[in-house]
Design a protein around this ligand. Structure first.
Ligand code: GLC
Length: 739
């Protein structure tokens, strides 16, 4: 594995610096203060999250940027500080006024864009388009770097199999293979090939580890899983990020099997450094060191700080827990100074690799002004948003709509809304930059087409409803486009839901609209899979549009009116009911698989199949699969299979298909999943065109961890599936044979 970031001249300079540093200066490098978190959840940050104030207004508030600590050389990083002017001003104090002139590193949650806000990560994942996801990360890096940011707390690579968990919005869904591929793309997009490039930023693989496996889908809750599940399902995306050269990791809030990740030597040293070979540094999640006390894992913050540092937690993101709690413990020998030096070394290593010592002022206000919302960035937002849309239903070819109609009724609480379309973690986005669904539709239709709008009801407020007016608007229309879903603060951090239905009275609105007998197109604006069985049964068409960022309205209109043929495929299963959760496609086999037979693994009060499976998504055209071929029917474990399949566009318009390859290990020394994604290819086909799609499948990749936690590739029969989603496709088989 490539040895990232170890550069002889840097290491020499780091040693020289460490030898000059006082104890306080060393600890200072391990501190990240987030001014905006001051008072943690005070009313100001609530106003920001609720969109009552913009991030720029938020920044202008009288915030103590800890200039005295910077000048004293006892602050190494700041979070949540933006703007070339502010960044350069603070950096100047660090570089030109502190004793050793060690530059600051500025971090921020640039999760899906900085000013040009792209679709939420779960939406992007549904594009399965690695090139575009790398591109949007690259643009996010460009804008963030121009605004004085050096480091993003992204990509979030947590696997989530429970849509009650609000942070499913921030990741790449339920599948390990797809999430690993996307993690690689995003790390490369943020970091590029040369971190000293002033248009690139350091990435951060988070949250290490198992965060998405919280019991009950409740954020911050306990995580308990076997070492096999940890290694086979949750670890690979972090391994992929490491192999892609990610420069930092963030520890997760949760405990894993009883030990808080933030203070777990098994996680932060054995897994991360010994097993994955990671050379960068680890930052805690906000205040997660101090929270080891609440976990009952440490009697006080001092003990928490000591355990965290000795576990391999390098930088403390909080209000300075390390600053208060480390000095005395180093002085009295409870913490070996060598352990402290190792943490300092890792932080300085990444500052050198970023080029901050040679070029501490990577940007200026002119660069910033030119970069933010550059036209090519905004166009990229529209391209990515189009590709993130998943067509879930399209009865009688309701879609695409004609642009020339008498009247289009646009109904629903999210039709003329800007803020909610930014989605979660868009802290530096501006709702004013969002094209609403209504505007997108108005911009797409023929000039003679009337577009009438009515809100109908609120997203969550059961009182605020005006369904009668909505019905009047809809009564003489040719088609109803109903735009419903979730507010952006219903997913993301600390936003777990116990129900997955459409909130408020939205379904009541849809039922009333359905009564009109007009064609009903439902556009979903949401941050997680929803349970929408009534909509699935009664709408004529369903467009899963997630929260697509600033170009939401144009991208949705592009799909609704046929300027773009939807190609997205679900990266997360849509349950039929929340009672089915956790429900995911690659579940282990059981001795009594669900069937209509009584004594089998299912529910007696509802279906055992999900509403929409992983990998599912329709197109305006159709695709046929044929001629599945394997290069052999047997392979030794060091060989690879070449698989080919013919895919034909059997419809009358061009379209992209995401061809998916799954395998199943039929007999093994541990129960294996019913199937697992092991490859995908996105291809464009003209009407009538046929392409042969090829996959290479390394037998080495078909192993698993046995009871003794050895990674084994066992001889035996494997099934192979190639098709449009995790439920359908052509079937083949092969054997792995002994050498
Ligand atoms: C939050 C999140 C983490 C984020 C950090 C800084 O609590 O858990 O993902 O990067 O704090 O905002």
């Amino acid at each position: 594995m490539k040895e990232h970031f170890i550069n002889e001249s840097y290491e020499k300079k780091i040693n020289e610096l460490i030898n000059q540093m006082t104890l306080e200066e060393k600890i200072g490098q391990l501190i990240q203060i987030v001014p905006s978190l001051f008072g943690a959840f005070d009313e100001t940050i609530a106003k920001l999250i609720n969109g009552e104030i913009s991030y720029d207004e938020f920044q202008k508030l009288d915030r103590n940027y800890h200039e005295d600590k910077i000048r004293g050389g006892v602050l190494g990083s700041m979070g949540g500080v933006t703007g070339a002017e502010t960044s350069n001003r603070l950096q100047k104090i660090a570089v030109e006024e502190s004793r050793l002139g060690i530059p600051l590193i500025f971090g921020l949650d640039v999760i899906h864009g900085y000013k040009t806000i792209f679709p939420i990560p779960l939406a992007e994942a549904c594009s399965w388009d690695l090139e575009w996801m790398e591109k949007t990360a690259e643009i996010a890096a460009k804008e963030a770097a121009a605004a004085g940011i050096h480091w993003t707390f992204a990509p979030m690579v947590d696997i989530s199999r429970d849509p009650r968990w609000g942070r499913v919005a921030e990741g790449s869904g339920e599948d390990t293979y797809l999430s690993s591929e996307i993690a690689t793309a995003r790390v490369k997009g943020f970091q590029g090939e040369d971190l000293t490039d002033a248009q690139r930023i350091l990435a951060c693989a988070k949250h290490f580890i198992g965060y998405g496996g919280a019991v009950g889908g409740r954020d911050y809750n306990t995580v308990d899983m076997s070492p096999q599940t940890l290694h086979e399902v949750y670890l690979p995306p972090f391994e992929a990020a490491t192999n892609a050269g990610v420069g930092t990791f963030m520890s997760a809030f949760n405990d894993l099997n009883g030990v808080p990740c933030t203070a777990s030597r098994y996680i932060l040293t054995y897994l991360l450094r010994d097993k994955l070979g990671f050379n960068g540094f680890v930052v805690s999640d906000a205040n997660s060191i101090a929270e080891c006390v609440e976990h009952g894992y440490s009697r006080d913050r001092k003990e928490a700080s000591r355990k965290a540092l000795l576990a391999g937690l390098d930088m403390d993101m909080s209000q300075g827990t390390y600053l208060q709690d480390l000095p005395e413990q180093v002085e009295n020998g409870d913490i070996p100074e060598a352990s402290l030096d190792e943490a300092v070394r890792r932080v300085l290593r990444m500052k050198f690799n970023l080029g901050l010592f040679d070029n501490p002022y990577r940007t200026n206000q002119e660069i910033e002004k030119k970069s933010l919302l550059a036209p090519e960035h905004v166009q990229a937002a529209r391209e990515m948003a189009k590709r993130s849309i998943v067509l879930l239903k399209n009865e009688h070819n309701t879609l695409p709509l004609k642009k020339k109609l008498n009247k289009v009724a646009v109904i629903g609480p999210l039709a003329d809304n800007q803020r909610e379309l930014l989605g979660t973690w868009a802290v530096t986005g501006d709702p004013n930059d969002v094209t609403t669904v209504l505007s997108g539709i108005e911009g797409a239709v023929h000039a003679d087409t009337e577009v009438a709008y009515s809100k109908g009801c609120d997203v969550s407020d059961k009182e605020e409803t005006d369904i009668d007016t909505a019905l009047k608007v809809a009564s003489d229309s040719d088609v109803i486009i109903a735009v419903v879903g979730e507010n952006s603060d219903m997913s993301g951090e600390a936003s777990s839901r116990m129900e997955l239905d459409l909130p408020g009275r939205q379904e009541e609105l849809l039922k009333a609209l359905h009564q009109t007998g007009k064609p009903l197109v439902v556009v979903l604006i949401n941050g997680r899979p929803l349970t929408i069985p009534w909509v699935a049964a009664h709408a004529d068409a369903i467009v899963e549009a997630w929260q697509l960022g600033i170009q939401s309205g144009n991208a949705i209109a592009d799909v609704l009116f046929g300027d773009y043929n939807p190609s997205g495929k679900l990266a997360a299963t849509f349950p039929y009911s929340v009672g089915q959760v956790p429900i995911y496609y690659n579940h282990p086999r059981t001795g009594r698989p669900a069937s209509e037979v009584k004594f089998t693994s299912k529910y007696i009060d509802g279906p055992h199949e999900p509403l929409y499976p992983f990998g599912f998504g329709l197109s305006y055209t159709t695709f046929e699969y044929g001629n599945l071929n394997l290069s052999s029917s047997e392979f030794t474990k060091n060989e690879k299979a070449i698989i080919s399949v013919d895919v034909t566009n059997s419809g009358n318009q061009s379209g992209e298909e995401i061809v998916q390859l799954y395998i199943a290990d039929v007999i093994a020394s541990r129960v294996r999943p019913v199937k697992e994604l092991r490859g995908f290819k996105k291809i464009m086909l003209q009407p009538g065109e046929c392409k042969s799609v090829k996959f290479e499948l390394e037998m080495q990749d078909l192993g698993f961890y046995n009871e003794e936690m050895d990674y084994v590739i066992e001889p035996g029969l494997f099934k192979l599936y190639v098709g449009p989603n995790s439920k359908e496709g052509l079937e083949g088989e092969f054997n792995i044979i002994k050498q």
